[in-house]
Design a protein around this ligand. Structure first.
Ligand SMILES: [Cu+2]
Length: 280
């Protein structure tokens, strides 16, 4: 019986290790400049914890087999621990855990705490229940004001109706193109397209509740919080079409809150942007 239990432990250990080793279920391709560092950090963490996992499980299997009941009436001897060993592996685990955390934090901070380069292209990402909209500033490089709800009027201390959203005419962000000069050339789209090998800064905004912008291939995930403008930036290194999924449960239709992210060559992107501008 002890042998059977020990064997099951060994088989489960080797099998689960194999799936990671063979990359049976693995990440999709990485198409971002910063993604390599994240993947390397993940692999390093996996290798270290994987080695510890395998050694611990093999030790467990050995103990099950070695100290089995041999049917010769021997009494069990109880161990009262070993303080030195106890201290050693507690300290070793602490050093490993804090070390890996610091390394990971360093990479994360390099992506999220360092601002975009001055020449980066800017696009607004808008989340709402349950759709994505993207806004390009047009030739003037300026985003016009959005009118998406009541506005506080400090003169009267009251809220005034400032909602110009009209889904029927495609004015999803409540732009007032007749009165706001900066809004005139703004381009609002349902797909996020960017040129390859160019740094892009996204400004994440929400019309209602918290959403989360997630593109697996970019190794990028960031919440959209109502009332905040949250910047993130990336450089896509491969052309293609990828999925943007909302990664924050935001209501009943959350499961269908998705859009496409397209990385294009510079000429294709310019053509696309022209088409989009003509369709406004
Ligand atoms: Cu959502």
């Amino acid at each position: 019986m002890a042998l059977a239990v020990a064997l099951v432990v060994v088989i489960i250990t080797l099998l689960s290790g194999y799936f990671f080793w063979a990359h049976t279920w693995w990440f999709p391709i990485d198409i971002s400049k910063h993604g390599g560092a994240i993947d390397r950090q993940f692999t390093l963490t996996l290798i270290i914890t994987g080695i510890i996992f395998v050694l611990a499980q093999l030790a467990l299997a050995y103990a099950v087999w070695r100290y089995r009941d041999r049917g010769d009436g021997r009494k069990a001897r109880y161990s009262h621990g070993n303080n030195k060993l106890e201290a050693t592996w507690t300290i070793a685990a602490t050093v490993l855990f804090i070390g890996l955390t610091l390394m990971g934090y360093h990479i994360w901070a390099g992506i999220h705490f360092v601002g975009a380069a001055p020449g980066a292209m800017r696009v607004e990402v808008w989340g709402q229940q349950f759709a994505w909209y993207f806004r390009y500033p047009g030739p003037d490089g300026q985003f016009g004001p959005v009118h998406i709800g009541d506005k506080y009027d400090p003169a009267t201390g009251k809220y005034i109706d400032d909602n110009k959203v009209d889904d029927a005419t495609g004015n999803y962000l409540g732009l007032d193109r007749d009165h706001d000069a900066a809004s005139k050339d703004d381009i609002v789209t349902a797909t996020l397209a960017v040129p390859v090998n160019q740094q892009v800064e996204l400004i994440l905004r929400s019309k209602d509740v918290t959403h989360s912008f997630f593109v697996r291939e970019l190794r990028l995930k960031q919440d959209l919080v109502p009332g905040m403008e949250i910047p993130i930036h990336f450089t896509a290194t491969k052309t293609g079409r990828f999925e943007i999924a909302c990664a924050e449960l935001c209501g009943l239709g959350h499961y269908k809150m998705r859009a496409f992210f397209e990385v294009m060559t510079e000429p294709d992107y310019q053509k696309w942007l022209q088409n989009m501008a003509a369709a406004q």
